[in-house]
Design a protein around this ligand. Structure first.
Ligand SMILES: Cc1cc2nc3c(=O)[nH]c(=O)nc-3n(C[C@H](O)[C@H](O)[C@H](O)COP(=O)(O)OP(=O)(O)OC[C@H]3O[C@@H](n4cnc5c(N)ncnc54)[C@H](O)[C@@H]3O)c2cc1C
Length: 371
């Protein structure tokens, strides 16, 4: 029998020779911004990373990239960072994978952080993947829990196997240890203007190789909701009885300046698009106010909204589990309670915009629940 061949490690997938990882230090958070406005997830990640960095007794670092973004370097300090790398360059006005990953790679290679974290947004996922394969190192995507053990290993946990298991993934042989983390799961530190930190300007030469992609125009997708950054969410579930029920919720959301959310069954029934779905397989949200109307409060929904500052539940079943999570509960028909609430809010704001009443709403709803 032929002697079994020793498998060679794939090129680039093993550190060459003995790599000394001991010079790596710090937890680095990549701050995401668009048009000079930071994504909330960046500050949430800084909040959680402050805890990790303190546990490891290592500095908390942030990287701010973009055009005219120096104010965000200060904001990163106010939100917990000790040192902020700032790369302000006209070439970074719009997000493009190549120039942004070039900046990240330069900062990672020069400053050698032990851990690098990104928000699991479209941009964060794109950027983290591009960087991890270049270094190369391990990357865990879409984490919902982060911790470090006594050996300074990042314990990156994420739901796996159709969300049925929580897998904790470690990267033992490579540095930095990288992860993207879900928005809304972690808590930002209170903004503190008295915090002091160091801003380190980073100059990067972006050659034509990096800037070959041009952004010609940026089209805002107007009908796409951004639940992650919403301060107020009015969410509806199967209790709405039909897709038109969302009109009643939209009126309340408009009166409050909020967004509309939904439970999974109503998304699956096609009453509203998936970007409105809150929960384990939807978006995890952390608004100041979450109003759940006609939602029973199943655990898979609650994990996605339980960190909201205030939760108001409107449900006709006093036994509905949602009342265990809610700060305030109204037992009643949402088609009476929601329009009444909308009218009261508009009246308080001095606006007398007509609002569909319970009668009108139930008339337009073919599937409205019988009362
Ligand atoms: C792997 C997995 C992942 C999942 N992920 C998610 C997820 O991400 N998000 C999610 O939401 N679910 C998710 N689910 C589904 C979840 O288990 C529940 O089925 C779902 O949350 C229930 O939705 P609901 O509350 O809208 O409907 P129901 O449970 O049917 O509740 C409807 C509620 O409306 C009330 N009601 C009815 N009429 C009225 C009225 N006129 N006025 C006031 N109240 C009324 C009823 O009393 C009831 O409490 C997942 C399930 C699995 C197995």
């Amino acid at each position: 029998m032929a002697e079994e061949k020793k498998r060679k490690p794939a090129v680039g997938l093993q550190p060459e020779g003995e790599v000394d990882w001991s010079s790596y230090e710090g937890v680095l958070v990549i701050v995401e911004q668009r048009a000079g406005q930071a994504k909330k997830v960046s500050w949430q990640l800084l909040g959680e990373s402050r805890r990790l960095a303190d546990k490891m007794n290592t500095p908390l670092l942030a990287l701010v990239m973009g055009k005219d973004v120096s104010h965000l370097a200060k904001e990163a300090i106010y939100h917990g960072a000790d040192k902020v790398f700032l790369c302000d360059d006209p070439e970074l006005a719009d997000y493009r994978t190549r120039p942004y990953s070039r900046v990240c790679l330069q900062v990672i290679r020069d400053y050698k952080p032990e851990i690098v974290l990104f928000g699991a947004t479209y941009t964060g996922r794109d950027l983290a993947g591009a960087i991890a394969t270049h270094l190369p190192t391990g990357l865990t995507a879409d984490c919902t829990q982060l911790d470090v053990d006594e050996d300074r290993l990042l314990l990156a946990s994420r739901p796996a196997f159709s969300e049925k298991m929580l897998a904790t993934i470690m990267c033992k042989q490579f540095k930095p240890q990288m992860a993207t983390a879900r928005a809304g799961v972690f808590e930002a530190l209170p903004r503190d203007e008295s915090r002091q930190g160091e801003v380190i300007p980073v100059a990067v030469h972006l050659g034509t190789d990096e800037t070959v992609t041009q952004v010609l125009e940026f089209l805002e997708q107007r009908d796409r909701v951004n639940l992650e950054d919403a301060e107020i969410i009015v969410a509806g579930g199967r209790g709405l009885g039909g897709p038109q029920g969302f009109k009643v919720l939209q009126d309340l959301a408009d009166a409050l300046g909020g967004q509309v959310g939904a439970s999974r069954p109503v998304v699956e029934m096609g009453w509203i698009s998936h970007d409105h779905q809150v929960g384990q397989t939807g978006t995890t949200v952390r608004p100041r106010l979450y109003i759940a109307a006609g939602i029973s409060g199943a655990v898979q929904h609650v994990v996605g909204m339980q960190n909201s500052e205030y939760i108001i539940a409107i449900n006709k079943d006093p036994q509905a589990p949602i009342f265990k999570t809610a700060n305030y509960g109204v037992v009643g028909d949402l088609y009476e309670v929601v329009p009444a609430l909308t009218r009261a809010i508009l009246a308080k704001k001095g606006r007398s915009v007509p609002v569909e009443g319970s009668r009108a709403a139930s008339e337009v709803l073919p599937g409205a629940p019988a009362r």
